[in-house]
Design a protein around this ligand. Structure first.
Ligand code: FES
Length: 569
């Protein structure tokens, strides 16, 4: 981490207010209508990921006005700027999905660049759709300026035929239509009501998972992120964030004091306890790498094995994000985890209190049916596990479903890329017991490590969600259900063993032994890998080509840059 005003000469006290040679810079501040008094105050950047290309972040410009009002009221001068966002849902199953994980790096890089370009004293980041939260925290770790993040909020659920529906129902409706359980007209009716307005996908999918993670990492105060995007209370919360960042600047509290190993451990625990998306594994590894904190993918397995799911939220449970907010949200989850002894209570939150102090102010047992206790959880048993073995020497993420077999063994059905795999499922060519290998979809190989939602939803829709295992170096959507293994590392495009799998090979998934094995002997596997040739890159140039050439292993968070490891305090 680099202190932005330490060592590189930047910071608002570098002569900007009075040095003659800074007159050209000052002239541009006057051009924007600022006064001498404005420039004497702390200068606070307000970074949004607003976009009208998706519902997820479309409330952020309005929220930014309230953040800025809070900053002004607390004696600061705000400067709003915008970075990009890419919708996971809109690109799903298309070439556009290759851009999603890449966007996390672009978001991190762009916030970092603006943060370094001008002498800010602090920064607020407004985040929503999946990659924006982790991208922003990665930038904040790099900048190490006093900072607060605010999650712009979940969408409300839609209502269809007397029940709450989300984007998950929309995707699964396609699979149901394919097997005749729904008519095409039903799907068209559902699409009009599934997503009723602004906000992120409405249950415990990736965006809400990462939004809650901001609280447990300590970069957001507990609670404001839970307020729905369309709830008028969000505006007051945004104003409070403006006031808070001024306080954080006054206390000179920096991300390097917050993003510690304890904070990351708490975030992993909350990820598991909330039944959160496995994309959180990738993003927390990336944040750790950017913060210089040593964090192994195996820590996720250790925590997942001992922490139950206490929130009863879709996709693993019954309720939606609005129910979670009504049940008390992240403060109640925190309370339950602290009472069970599962939190590092000394970890610091941006509000200046430790996690233990925050939990002390939350009533016990307030979460009702939606947020349960660790003693009587919504689900026991791990929701995911980290496997290694000769198919994934650097690790992979097994997403468990309720009916998962302890050991699954089946014939490999190998596909290079999502399209041929989806076609085979649609043609009915995949049978119960098969192990579908879907490769060259990793960070470099895809490029972009696409989410395989179209494939997994088609499997679930055809009733194969529990009897077919998917093994891929790609990712899963937080909406995904079924038995599947992703993030296989090293990826096929880097010559990982997945590249050596062939149709008809036997693959074994040994859940208790935490192994993913290709049952061919070592000499044969070595010989196949010796013969392997890297595929021609799909995108030799442009941002996707640049990304493919620089991205690291999924087991390290698939980052394109990383800070040197910090020495433990
Ligand atoms: Fe943006 Fe789901 S696609 S939150």
């Amino acid at each position: 981490m680099n202190h932005a005003d330490g060592g590189n000469g930047r910071g608002k006290h570098d002569g900007m207010l009075d040095a003659l040679e800074r007159a050209p810079a000052r002239s541009h501040y006057w051009a924007m209508g600022l006064t001498d008094e404005d420039l004497r105050k702390p200068l606070i950047a307000v970074a949004t990921t607003w976009s009208e290309t998706m519902p997820c972040n479309m409330n952020q410009r309005r929220l930014a006005e309230h953040v800025k009002a809070g900053i002004r009221a607390a004696g600061g001068t705000p400067f709003e700027f915008n970075t990009i966002a890419v919708s996971d849902n809109l690109g799903m199953g298309t070439e556009g999905q290759r851009t999603s994980l890449v966007s996390r790096e672009v978001i991190a890089d762009s916030i970092e660049l603006v943060g370094r370009a001008q002498p800010f004293d602090g920064i607020v980041c407004l985040v929503g759709c999946d990659k924006t939260g982790p991208g922003a925290v990665m930038a904040l770790a790099r900048l190490d300026l006093p900072a607060v993040a605010l999650y712009s909020g979940s969408m409300a659920a839609g209502r269809w035929r007397g029940r709450d529906v989300t984007i998950q129902d929309m995707w699964e409706a396609l699979g149901q239509e394919a097997v005749g359980e729904l008519a095409a007209a039903d799907v068209l009716e559902l699409e009009r009501v599934a997503c009723p307005g602004a906000g992120t996908c409405a249950a415990q999918y990736t965006a809400n998972t990462m939004g809650q993670t901001l609280d447990f990492l300590g970069m957001s105060p507990f609670g404001p992120g839970d307020i729905l995007a369309t709830d008028p209370a969000k505006e007051g919360a945004a104003e409070g964030i403006g006031a808070l960042v001024m306080d954080v600047v006054a206390r000179d509290l920096r991300p390097s004091a917050i993003l510690t190993h304890a904070a990351l451990t708490n975030a992993i625990t909350a990820l598991v306890a909330s039944g959160g998306s496995t994309n959180g594994v990738l993003h927390l590894l990336a944040i750790a790498r950017e913060a210089g904190v040593e964090l192994s993918i195996d820590e996720f397995d250790r925590i997942a094995a001992r922490v139950p799911i206490i929130t009863d939220l879709k996709p693993t449970g019954r309720f939606v994000a609005a129910d979670f907010a009504r049940a008390g949200g992240t403060p109640v989850v925190l309370k339950e985890l602290v009472e069970a002894g599962l939190m590092e209570e000394g970890a610091l939150n941006v509000d200046g209190r430790t996690v233990g102090e925050i939990a002390a102010g939350v009533p016990s047992g307030a979460g009702g049916e939606v947020i349960r206790s660790v003693a009587a959880p919504a689900k026991s048993g791990a929701q995911f596990a980290i496997l290694r073995g000769n198919l994934a020497p650097e690790g992979c993420v097994l997403k468990l479903s309720g009916a998962a077999e302890e050991v699954h063994r089946g014939p490999a059905r190998v596909f290079d890329g999502e399209r041929s795999c989806s076609a085979a499922i649609r043609a009915g060519a995949i049978k119960p017991g098969d192990v579908v290998v879907l490769r060259y979809e990793g960070p470099a190989g895809g490029p972009g490590m696409r989410e395989m939602l179209a494939v997994t939803a088609a499997l679930v829709g055809r009733g194969l969600g529990e009897s077919v295992v998917l093994v891929t170096d790609g990712r899963f959507s937080g909406v995904t259900r079924g038995l599947m293994i992703g993030h296989v590392a090293p990826e096929a495009a880097h010559g990982g063993p997945l590249a050596a799998a062939r149709d008809g090979d036997t693959i074994e998934i040994d859940i208790p032994g935490r192994e993913l094995r290709l049952l061919v002997d070592d000499a044969e596997l070595d010989a196949r890998l010796l013969d392997w040739e890297p595929p021609t890159p799909l995108y030799p140039s442009g941002v996707l080509g640049k990304y493919a050439g620089s991205v690291g292993s999924a087991s390290d968070g698939a980052v394109t840059s990383a800070a040197p490891l910090r020495q433990p305090a």
